[in-house]
Design a protein around this ligand. Sequence first.
Ligand code: HEM
Length: 224
Amino acid sequence: MSVMYSSITKKIWMSLMGLFLMIFLVVHLGINLLLLFDPTRELFNEVAHFMGTNPVIQMFQWVLFAGFVIHMFLGVVLQIQNWIARPKGYKVKASSEESVFSRYMIHTGIIIFVFLIIHFANFFFKAKVFHSIPEFVLDGTPTGMEDMGILVMKLFELPEYVIGYIIALLVLGFHLDHAFQSAFQSLGINHRKYTPFIKGFGHFYTIVITAGYIIIPLFIYFSK
Ligand code: HEM
């Protein structure tokens, strides 16, 4: 019973952290999309500067980091517990209409983790650790802000980076498509009337997020 209880507790934490990460993905996408609407990069750089310097956001960054760590750690632990409980790969279906993606959550999760490391190396570390981002100059005037936008544009001019990014985002899409409904199941929200809506909204969210992120490198690459 205590093992079961602890598994349920883990699932609840995992789902809450996962839903929190899903909200973060919306905010991050909103900021990235600014690059498409302002070729001067002023808007994007201003928001990036705000996000990188505002003390509240800086504190929130650690909450986000903790959210990722908790989600990943519990995901791996739950998966290992599952493998130990069902060593021959025998899978008990939690629901009669589990999607194919549900079987590959740990695999898609690990690919997302690798993508996150690359993403951190390309942006976060350059900005925060190495301070190697050029200053944003607008109409010949230095602004005192980092030109994060040019960093993104330069990376998305490389075909290998664009392809890798698109693949990573598709994998994230597979993770999210099952994740949304699964999180509600873990929280015990399972209702004949509302569950179809939750599933439908999960698909809608996944399509908007995946397509939204993918449009950006394609737009930059093909308009260079
Ligand atoms: C932005 C990134 C991510 C988001 C938004 C996200 C979101 C979610 C959500 C909402 C769930 C459903 C939780 C539940 O079933 O209660 C989930 C499940 C899962 N996630 Fe993630 N996740 C992300 C990244 C990762 C990473 C990096 C890993 C690495 C190990 C991972 C591993 C898993 C696993 C194994 C499950 C299935 C857990 C289970 O069914 O017991 N996720 N994810």
